[in-house]
Design a protein around this ligand. Structure first.
Ligand code: BG6
Length: 279
């Protein structure tokens, strides 16, 4: 089997140029093509060895965003093999849904000793792609986690891309030692290394590629924060799985529950979602 052998494909029956591809390694969405146009960025240097996190698409971050004292940065979900709970099926309107899941095992419990189940429901429609992320506490004790959908949007040129909807918000600037600032400009145009956590964000953000005229609307629920990230030239060059000249062609706009951990009680389910729509 090739390294990409068991990819899950969600394809619209009425338009085979509109599809989503998901790698079971991390349940990482590695393509969302809309009418023949790829809207997500995956690095040409991305490694598909079923070990390393895939550089691009939509990696799932759980149970920890950022550096983690118990395990790898951004947690183990993006480097675990997920199960296909439901193969892609079209409903009567032609929308295609697939469900993936991840449960604790010896490897996850060695890092983080809790019983849990993640359920990730992906739905592809004509102009939109939705992701519902659920965490179930299957243990008899509460646990804390942070989580995020690390979406890499493809851009013709990041300096000609507007991110709209984050004006007047406070953000934590990870490039500036974690200081808090107030966002003034809206739209934001990224022209340097940016790594920020925007707080109390609205549930609608626009990513507007002014060069090719494509606008994607990100709508979300129960993900209070948006992380905005572009490594820019030097940091891109320092990453082995990211091409030196690729940073103008991506912007990460990441919906997450990351500022404070969420405490989930035994038997309870946390649910959050995002939908990306071409508008
Ligand atoms: C972002 C973080 O979400 O992910 C950045 O805010 C980090 O700090 C980036 O550099 C990429 O992380 P990784 O582990 O995939 O290289």
């Amino acid at each position: 089997m090739s390294e990409k052998g068991d990819i899950i494909n969600l394809t619209l029956n009425r338009d085979s140029n509109t599809f989503v591809r998901v790698h079971p390694h991390g349940a990482t969405v590695i393509a969302w093509q809309w009418k023949g146009k790829e809207l997500l960025f995956v690095s040409k240097q991305a490694v598909f060895d079923n070990k390393k996190a895939i550089r691009g698409g939509i990696p799932v971050v759980f149970p920890n965003f950022g550096p983690w004292e118990l395990g790898p940065q951004h947690g183990f979900a993006r480097t675990s093999k997920w199960k296909v709970e439901k193969e892609p099926v079209a409903d009567k309107d032609g929308n295609v849904t697939a469900v993936l899941s991840l449960e604790d095992d010896d490897i996850t419990r060695a890092l983080w000793d809790y019983r849990f189940k993640l359920t990730y429901t992906l739905t592809l429609s004509e102009d939109s792609f939705g992701m519902k992320f659920q965490v179930e506490n299957k243990d008899n004790k509460p646990f804390d986690f942070t989580c995020l959908l690390h979406t890499y949007f493809r851009t013709s040129d990041v300096v000609k891309t507007d991110v709209l909807g984050l004006g007047n918000l406070q953000y934590i600037d990870k490039v500036k030692g974690g200081q808090t600032f107030q966002q003034v400009d809206d739209p934001i145009i990224v022209e340097e290394n940016v790594d920020r956590i925007y707080l109390n964000t609205p549930n609608e953000i626009l990513i507007k590629d002014k060069e090719d005229g494509t606008t994607v609307k990100l709508t979300k629920d129960n993900f209070p924060e948006i992380v905005l990230w572009n490594p820019w030239k030097e940091k891109a060059a320092a990453m082995g799985d990211f091409g030196d000249e690729e940073y103008p062609n991506m912007i990460c706009v990441e919906a997450g529950y990351v500022h404070k951990p969420y405490t989930l009680q035994p038997g309870s389910v946390f649910e959050a979602s995002q939908t990306l729509t071409v508008v």
